[in-house]
Design a protein. Structure first.
Length: 295
């Protein structure tokens, strides 16, 4: 395994990557859905809409900018000085359900930070972090108010358009990584694909190792057939909406089972009931390479 570059350089490259702009998405009615190459079951659909990686990058950049913590955020646990609800301004097709609000706690340790966002009744108590029950199973033992929903996306509503489900997918990830810095960043290191991972992207010359593989395709091991189409898409029938996309990351991680994760391509599938914005989530590693970024 080779390890390369610092986390700062990698995060800078990701930020530059998000600055690109791309063509409009395409929507078309279809008679029946085609399975993705990684083995997903076919879905009989009424609507299929594809998006570009650059469209998604624009949204992600806006979300990341809005979620940044101010410098005056104190070390340790505190209530967030940034309102997490501002992230919904990126997505006009989404809104908070009536009677609910978003609240956040953040943990900061110099450059490292993590945020935890909760949906609460609008009249619910939002106590100081030290007065909250804690989630003992998490290594940071984050505070969770008594009235908080288990999943903040249960308090999110939308207009039932294909865009709303893709945007819910991005919002959920942004809320999960709200205020994250340095070692708190994980999803921020994933590049959403609309072509194979070796395709050069805008600003890739600034740090190509942070955005696409430096290894050759022949060095990779594929666990599934390569996709016929890499484009992010939303496919809808009368009862459900299915969001699928692929991402590449080189972030070094050690799993709970001791497995070492190096660079990899992941097939993401998120299935929503129409009109609901809490998904069933599937993430399958379809290919792995020899390199990694370690911090």
């Amino acid at each position: 395994m080779s390890t390369y570059h610092s986390r700062a350089a990698a995060l800078a490259a990701i930020a530059l990557l998000f600055a690109g702009r791309g063509p409009a998405s395409a929507e078309q009615p279809v008679a029946a859905g085609n399975a993705r190459a990684s083995g997903a079951a076919p879905l009989a659909v009424a609507t299929e809409k594809t998006f570009t990686a650059e469209e998604i990058s624009i949204w992600r950049k806006k979300l990341a900018d809005l979620a940044q913590l101010p410098e005056k955020t104190p070390n340790g646990w505190s209530k967030s000085l940034v309102d997490p609800a501002r992230l919904l301004t990126v997505f006009p097709k989404l809104r908070m359900r009536e009677g609910f609000v978003l609240r956040a706690y953040v943990f900061k340790d110099d450059a490292n930070s993590n945020g935890f966002v909760w949906a609460l009744p609008a009249d619910g108590d939002f106590p100081a972090a030290e007065d909250c029950p804690r989630i003992e199973s998490h290594f940071l033992k984050p505070p969770k108010p008594f009235d908080a929903l288990d999943d903040s996306m249960e308090a999110v509503a939308g207009d039932d358009s294909p865009e709303s489900y893709l945007q819910a997918t991005l919002l959920r990830r942004a809320l999960k990584e709200f205020g994250a810095g340095w070692h708190g960043v994980k999803w921020g290191m994933n590049r959403v694909l609309d072509a194979d991972a070796w395709k050069k992207t805008a600003n890739a010359e600034d740090d190509p190792m942070a955005t696409q593989p430096t290894s050759e395709p022949s060095q990779w091991k594929w666990r599934a057939a390569q996709p016929h189409s890499w484009a992010p898409e939303v496919r809808m029938d009368s009862t459900k909406a299915v969001v699928t996309f692929f991402s590449y990351t080189a972030l070094y991680e050690e799993g709970a089972d001791g497995e070492i994760e190096k660079e990899r391509i992941i097939h993401h599938t998120e299935t929503y009931r129409r009109g609901k914005y809490r998904p069933l989530i599937s993430e399958v590693k379809i290919a792995e390479g020899p390199n990694s970024i370690a911090f």
